[in-house]
Design a protein. Structure first.
Length: 439
């Protein structure tokens, strides 16, 4: 058997075995391409606030938290996000698609009029990651999607080899790279499979390759080893600086209010666009928020941006939002009488890379910046790992990148359809013999 025929059969078998799951991941990938923007549009009634004509001052963080707890005394938001845009509401996040908003001028706590878009996106996430499984079955669903994603990577690489013209000519290139809408039957399926595959394969290779570290720890560790960085320990990012210890300046010292610490962060990053903190108590488990969604601490959240990485799914290079705050006002006493430092995540207005953030660690008693971590401070492994995470969704390249990822996922749906049609004809469709000639 020739090398090309071996590649062909590998391509065919991988497509037949994993095709259905690939179609599910591709469909949900199309739906999730502009997840943040669609949720922001659907919840715009609560996200945007009207500026008062008399120009009142904004409420402090502590006042907003107090207002929120008056309305929802039993709810414990995982994150609180402040925006520099004066017309953006304050965001109380309970999960990737479950958010309540607060008017920063009046303290009014607002729920979106419709949460259907958020629920739809949550459903798409469940199917994209776990094939809709819940509970302990999630591990099985994740294993299946991970294996089928690996098969999809094989399909994209072998397909690009098979679709690439062996001889270049204007006529041959047009036949392979352009869709012919006049063809029917097998000729149409073959032409569409080749044309769509040739254009979408490079993007699909990026999407599937960058999903490997999400599915398999060994793939993430490989990134660190290739870049000469230390692989991350379980449950923590590699290359992270040692924990900062804070000792009380006096036995009767009291931590500063969170408002003062947020103001200190604003001074430290004058070009801030979003500040994310964790007010405390945002725990895991389904139904942790008023909307009943499964809470997830997010790495990149804010008005117009509800999508982010949960701690369980986050790459080692991602910086989770305010994971070190702990109790309200940053108060959490350690076993030796030392308070925990307060960690705030700040996103600048025009960051590069687009997903980069600044992690500030503050002294809860003085507001002193104990540590400032930026994207440039990370080791090579963490940088590459962050890029792989956001290249998978296209967000690393902004709206254009998200659109390209969505189009490639849509192309993958056509590839599955035309691939199954070609396989069916090869294995099950028998050509009818010509009728015997009459005398």
């Amino acid at each position: 058997m020739s090398f090309r025929k071996t590649i062909f059969w590998l391509h065919l078998v991988a497509g037949v075995v994993a095709g259905v799951v690939i179609a599910i991941m591709s469909f949900t990938g199309v739906a999730l391409a502009y997840e943040k923007q669609l949720i922001a549009w659907a919840e715009r009634d609560a996200r945007r606030v009207n500026l008062p004509s008399w120009d009142p001052p904004r409420l402090t963080v502590d006042q907003l938290l107090a207002k929120f707890r008056e309305v929802h005394p039993d709810a414990k938001p995982a994150t609180m996000v402040l925006s520099a845009d004066p017309e953006e509401a304050v965001l109380f996040g309970f999960g990737r698609t479950n958010t309540i908003y607060g008017n920063p001028y009046t303290g009014e706590i607002i729920k979106p009029a419709s949460v259907k878009m958020g629920r739809f996106m949550q459903l798409m996430i469940e199917w994209h990651r776990y094939l809709g499984a819940s509970g302990e079955s999630r591990n099985t669903g994740k294993a299946i999607t991970g294996a089928c994603n690996a098969a999809f990577l094989v399909l994209a690489v072998t397909g690009l080899y098979l679709w690439w013209p062996r001889q270049f000519s204007k006529k041959l290139l047009a036949a392979v790279a352009l869709m012919n809408f006049k063809l029917r039957g097998k000729a149409r399926d073959f032409n569409w499979h080749n044309a769509i595959g040739l254009w979408s394969a490079p993007v699909l290779i990026v999407l599937t390759a960058t999903a490997m570290p999400i599915s398999y720890r060994w793939a993430g560790d490989l990134i660190y080893k290739i870049t000469g960085s230390e692989p991350p320990p379980a449950g923590g990012p590699a290359g992270a600086a040692p924990a900062v210890e804070v000792t009380k300046p006096a036995p009767d010292a009291r931590p500063l209010p969170m408002s003062a610490l947020v103001a200190r962060a604003q001074e430290a990053v004058p070009n801030w666009g979003l500040i994310t903190l964790r007010p405390g108590g945002g725990g895991g488990g389904r139904g942790g928020g008023p909307g009943g969604s499964r809470p997830e601490v997010r790495a990149d959240a804010g008005p117009g941006s509800t999508n982010a990485v949960s701690l369980a799914q986050a790459p080692a290079g991602a910086q989770p939002a305010g994971v070190a705050v702990g109790e309200p006002n940053g108060r959490r006493e350690g076993g030796r009488g030392d308070a925990q430092p307060v960690s705030l995540t700040v996103k600048e207005r025009d960051p590069w890379p687009l997903f980069s953030t600044i992690q500030l660690t503050l002294n809860p008693y003085t507001g002193e910046v104990l540590r400032r971590e930026t994207y440039q401070d990370q080791n090579a492994g963490r940088k590459v790992r962050s890029w792989t995470r956001f290249l998978h969704t296209g967000e690393a390249l902004g709206l254009i990148g998200q659109g390209v990822a969505g189009l490639a996922s849509l192309g993958a749906l056509f590839l599955v359809w035309t691939g199954f049609a070609l396989a069916w004809r090869r294995f099950f469709f028998k050509r009818q013999p010509d009728p015997a000639p009459t005398a």
